[in-house]
Design a protein around this ligand. Structure first.
Ligand code: NAD
Ligand code: DAU
Length: 340
């Protein structure tokens, strides 16, 4: 019988890239459970929606009855849990949805996985649970303490702890992955790279928080997706695997690189007030994933950024439809000064 995997949050940025990657590289069937929040967009999967190995189910991960029905109806044997509220700035404005989806949703999914005898559960988490690094600190390893600083990071750390407790207490066959900042096609233009590309294309100001010297470790989304599948297939139960791109960059340098690729001038850059509690630096040591999973990031930042800018240039109707929707209304209401 063929393997059926449930991907939660498959209409989002990483989930949609993951589903596309799985359908291309594996013979599995994939069920996508997604609540289609502002970040969930079925356009992201238009090219695979008629694949007989793919099915979409509309629903929330906190809805125990819906989750249970999906697991039963599709005879799901494994879960890759991507669904989340994912944007730090939104978590600063309103914490509750982050606790509801990221914490309670993960708990409901774990309970359902347990009662349905799911064989594999990969919880897709983030390096933000480790907190912030100083300029000379070594990168985060899987042994780094959990020190989440934003409500988003705290909700992800809480979910990670629930996964750990289910492994320890109930023998849940679960694995946690923690990845650094992703970029690539279909990323909602509220995150740094797609926001800067789409604003620059419209000759709109590029809002850089504070001094723009914060550092992130960028990974092309396909590299992350390969890592998640490697963890699903070869990860040891109860273990955590870090993924990163070995590509630390200061935010301002990322913005300047985008402007250079687009042939735009630096005077679009605007320094705006800093994000409250802004983490200064993330960097990931992914030696364990390289050693145990035989995984490594393959796409350099320069190549990935060129590809990403090209994708946004070639898909301006996607950008326009996203920007005409809730995204624009939300940000004009909350952050009119940032939209220019
Ligand atoms: P995203 O915001 O683009 O997508 C989230 C998806 O989850 C959307 O399709 C949304 O509709 C869905 N969703 C939200 N709440 C839901 C609910 N209650 N029930 C069902 N579906 C719901 O996020 P992303 O950037 O693709 O991130 C995916 C996962 O990867 C998240 O768990 C995030 O924490 C993690 N992660 C993201 C990054 C990154 O750089 N984007 C890095 C590391 C880890
Ligand atoms: O590290 C992994 C995390 O990366 C994921 O878990 C999150 O889901 C994802 O959103 C991302 O979090 P960040 O806060 O690092 O990403 P964001 O794209 O929001 O911001 C990247 C950096 O750019 C950060 O230092 C804040 C800054 N920034 C961001 C925006 C949106 C700006 O200077 N201006 C902006 O307008």
């Amino acid at each position: 019988m063929s393997t059926t995997v449930l991907v939660t949050g498959g209409a989002g940025f990483i989930g949609s890239n993951l589903i596309r990657w799985i359908l291309r590289h594996r013979s599995w069937h994939v069920v996508n459970l997604d609540a289609l929040t502002y970040a969930g967009n079925l356009e992201n999967l238009r090219d695979v929606e008629s694949d007989p190995r793919y099915a979409f189910v509309y629903g929330r991960v906190e809805d125990a009855a819906a989750v249970s029905q999906v697991l039963q109806e599709y005879d799901v044997c494994g879960i890759i849990h991507c669904a989340a509220e994912s944007h730090v700035d939104r978590s600063i404005l309103s914490v509750e949805p982050f606790v509801e989806t990221n914490v309670r949703g993960t708990l409901v999914l774990l309970e359902a996985a347990r009662s349905h005898g799911i064989e594999r559960f990969v919880h897709v988490s983030t390096d933000e649970v480790y907190g912030s690094l100083g300029p000379n600190d070594p990168p985060f390893t899987e042994e780094s303490p959990l020190q989440p600083n934003s409500p988003y990071a705290a909700s992800k750390a809480a979910a990670d702890c629930l996964v750990r407790a289910f492994v320890h207490t109930y023998g849940m066959p679960a694995i946690v992955t923690r990845c650094s900042n992703n970029y690539g096609p279909y990323q909602f233009p509220e995150k740094l790279i797609p926001l800067m590309i789409t604003n620059a294309l419209d000759d709109q100001p590029l809002p850089v928080y504070g001094d723009g010297q914060q550092v992130r470790d960028w990974i092309y989304v396909d590299d992350h997706c390969r890592g998640v599948v490697a963890a699903y297939e070869r990860g040891r139960i109860g273990e955590t695997y870090n993924f990163g791109g070995r590509s630390e960059r200061r935010n301002l340098d990322v913005v300047y690189s985008i402007l250079r690729i687009l042939g735009k001038t630096d005077d679009l850059v605007r320094h705006v007030p800093d994000r409250p509690g802004h983490d200064r630096r993330y960097a990931i040591d992914c030696t364990k994933a390289e050693r145990e999973l035989g995984w490594m990031p393959e796409i350099s930042f320069d190549e990935g950024l060129e590809r990403t800018v090209r994708w946004y240039l070639d898909n301006q109707s996607w950008v326009q439809s996203v920007r005409a929707g809730e995204y624009r209304r939300y940000y004009q209401q909350q952050y009119g000064w940032r939209m220019g």
